[in-house]
Design a protein around this ligand. Structure first.
Ligand SMILES: [Zn+2]
Ligand SMILES: [Zn+2]
Length: 353
């Protein structure tokens, strides 16, 4: 079968590898339908997120059809359409035992598609407990957003939202920003969005919840929303990693800043303000507390318009074109500005529907 292998920074290629087989009783081999491109994949290829093991098959936001089941598998049959939870946890290590399953010490630091083989491949070797069967009406494309939405719900959980009439913002209208905006909306919070890139703006402006506003500049947003660029806000989700200090200085007492950007960047924060204004600076990654199951249910029940957030689908062989769409020019080994309106970009591994 074919798989997209990470060799080293800026060196990825489709290779022919051995087909997969069930080994353990709870193994399930899935024929992949689609797999989404994530900022993690771009970070691995460009070297800005130096966590991947060389030789690993990338890709972790994925759906497909069960092709083989291990001897102990009872809940799935060959032909079942499934979404794959790529984030392993052992249940026994100190992190799992203290409720931090998303930081399991046995998942080799990261997850499928980073430190062990992922799903930019014709097949993926899954465990029965990490699959959800898709309802007939849920498309492979929409369900592939289950993983990023699951990460989003983990972050929203950490915000501990108790009031809906708060001043809230989401920075960055890539897939994570859009999912955060929709997930907050589902909690009754209408955040405004900040996005500078005109292509991101163009896509986002057509796919926001009706009540949400979009601005290219934070200070302008504060003036338009609250009449004053010194106005303070209660909550901000920063998916860009660029706004920590600016947002921190604009948090109201009790305010919360959630950073979900995997950026190698330092910020300077005033400790006095953290205590004196009861501020929270929070981080979040991966899935926790059944967020994966909850994310799937929200996509299934169309609470989140996942189909609409898929902007492009490319054939597997055209992976370089797909990565180019999100600003990752593999051939030229450089990152470039986005040149087309886009949000979540998928690779199609087969014509399975
Ligand atoms: Zn991801
Ligand atoms: Zn563990």
């Amino acid at each position: 079968m074919k798989a997209l292998k990470f060799n080293q920074i800026w060196d990825v290629e489709i290779q022919e590898v051995e087909p997969l087989h069930c080994i353990e009783p709870d193994d399930v081999v899935v024929d992949i339908a689609v797999c989404g491109i994530c900022g993690t994949d771009v970070g691995i290829i460009t070297g800005s997120y130096p966590v991947a093991v060389p030789g690993t098959t990338l890709g972790h936001e994925t759906t497909g059809v069960v092709a083989q089941v291990g001897s102990g598998v009872t809940r799935f049959q060959i032909g079942d359409r499934v979404v794959i939870n790529p984030t392993y946890s052992c249940g026994h290590c100190r992190m799992c035992q203290t409720g931090n399953l998303n930081h399991c010490e046995m998942k080799l630091g990261t997850e499928a598609g980073v430190s062990y083989d992922g799903a930019f491949a014709e097949q993926y070797l899954a465990k029965e407990g990490y699959l959800i069967k898709l309802a007939d009406h849920v498309s492979m494309e929409a369900a592939s957003l289950t993983e990023p939405l699951s990460c989003t719900l983990t972050g929203v959980d950490k915000l501990g939202i108790t009031h809906t009439n708060i001043r809230a913002a989401v920075a960055g209208s890539g897939p994570m920003g859009m999912l955060y905006l929709w997930a907050l909306h589902e909690r009754g919070v209408n955040a405004f969005m900040i996005e500078k890139n005109p292509n991101r703006v163009q896509f986002a402006s057509q796919n926001l919840p009706a009540e949400c506003r979009l601005y290219t500049d934070f200070a302008e947003a504060l003036v338009k929303e609250y009449g004053d660029q010194a106005a303070l806000i209660d909550l901000c989700v920063d998916t860009t990693g660029q706004l920590t200090e600016y947002v921190f200085d604009h948090l109201a007492p009790g305010g919360k800043l959630l950073n979900v950007a995997l950026k190698d960047k330092h910020a300077s924060l005033d400790i006095l303000k953290i205590a004196d204004k009861s501020l929270s600076v929070i981080g979040s990654i991966d899935s926790l507390n059944n967020s994966f199951e909850r994310a799937y249910a929200m996509i299934r029940d169309r609470v989140i318009p996942a189909d609409r957030l898929v902007s492009q689908v490319f054939d597997f062989e055209d992976y370089q074109q797909a990565f180019l769409t999100v600003g990752c020019d593999i051939a030229a080994k450089t990152q470039i500005p986005l040149s087309t309106p886009n949000c979540k970009v998928l690779l199609r591994l087969s014509d399975l529907k």
